[in-house]
Design a protein around this ligand. Structure first.
Ligand code: SF4
Length: 350
């Protein structure tokens, strides 16, 4: 095993899954953990633990940001207070808003979009999988499609640009002309076609994952409007297999800003991959912050070690399909290989 040289933690985000999510999207890389209900005191306690932490040289984490959500932002009715609390607990500038809002709340709470416009993003992502029945099915909730349409309108009215993203599925290919018309009628300015990562819940959406031949069924207008074309849908697995099957270096998937996710039972995961057993760092309450941070800094979970140590070619040859025709980006494919490795090593009888 590689020895990891000492490094202070310069920056860390800690995301608490205080309320979970109203949806159960079938592509969700975070999976379908039950919604919890952490209190604000729990959130303060999490922040205090990370503030108290000192590493092996006695150094604190230099900059900390705390987030009251990990799945749907602003899902809780006290979202305004939670935003104030995030700022209070975080180092200056580390509490942040992203191009994500609760579309569930946008559709239900008239005051939310103007508030969001005052504190946060100028753009909000709005997700579709096809038309109504398919989007409701894929988001795991009846009414989700209509909520997305209402959310887009409320964003626009509040001065937030709705950026539509479409995850085309095999089952929705026949709906895409109608979807294109829907976008035109709604005056959508910002749009992209996206692919999903085959991990978390997304691994079970395998049959709906597109193959190369399916790309011909995407209307040319949609391809032309997509801000990065078809790039996010990827290439057939066999191309990636051919390129990567002799690769000696490990996957080394990484992130720009390290973050830890605390789920409703205080289990903690790094933001590298799906929250599966082989990535779990420990439990904040039963293991304590020192142990969790030691495992994190030493890249000590089985998944983190595999990511740093197993040659990619070994993973490709063991878990890939040289004839595979499903589409993946390189990042998707690494996620798939690490998922299959974890299932084989840690849940072999599943
Ligand atoms: S993809 Fe987002 S909205 Fe859908 S279930 Fe996952 S966290 Fe919730």
């Amino acid at each position: 095993m590689n020895t990891i040289p000492y490094e202070p933690v310069k920056r860390l985000a800690v995301m608490a899954d205080m309320a979970g999510c109203p949806n159960r999207c079938r592509h969700c890389w975070l999976g379908h953990k039950p919604n919890g209900s952490m209190s604000r005191e729990d959130f303060r306690e999490i922040a205090a633990e990370f503030r108290r932490y000192r590493d092996e040289r006695g150094d604190p984490i230099e900059r900390l940001g705390f987030f009251s959500w990990w799945r749907e932002p602003d899902f809780r009715s006290d979202y305004r207070e939670l935003w104030e609390l995030e700022k209070e607990l975080s180092d200056p500038g580390e509490a942040k808003r992203f191009e994500l809002l609760s579309t569930w709340r946008l559709a239900r709470d008239e005051t939310y979009a103007p508030w969001a416009a005052s504190v946060g993003p100028k753009v909000c992502q709005i997700t579709f999988f096809g038309m109504e029945e398919t989007t409701d099915w894929a988001m795991g909730r009846k009414g989700a499609f209509r909520d997305q349409l209402s959310a887009a309108k409320r964003c626009r009215d509040a001065g937030i640009e709705p950026r539509w993203q479409l995850f085309p599925l095999k089952r929705s290919l026949g709906e895409l002309d109608e979807f294109q018309k829907l976008m035109e009628d709604a005056g959508v300015k910002s749009f992209f076609l996206n692919g999903f990562t085959p991990e978390g819940a997304g691994i079970d959406l395998w049959d709906d994952r597109l193959e190369k031949e399916d790309l011909a069924a995407i209307p040319p207008e949609l391809k032309a409007r997509s801000q990065d074309g078809l790039r996010s849908l990827g290439v057939p697995e066999r191309e990636l297999f051919g390129k990567l099957s002799e690769e000696q270096s490990p996957p080394q998937i990484g992130v720009q800003i390290p973050a830890l996710a605390v789920d409703a039972s205080f289990d903690i995961y790094p933001n590298l991959a799906e929250p599966a057993a082989w990535w779990r760092l420990g439990n904040l309450r039963t293991d304590g912050v020192e142990k969790v941070m030691r495992v994190f800094k030493n890249r000590g979970t089985p998944g983190m070690r595999a990511n740093e140590e197993i040659p990619l070619g070994v993973l490709v040859r063991r878990f890939g399909d040289p004839e595979g025709n499903k589409l993946f980006t390189r990042g998707d494919y690494l996620a798939l290989l690490l998922h299959r490795w974890g299932e084989a090593e840690y849940r072999p009888d599943r």
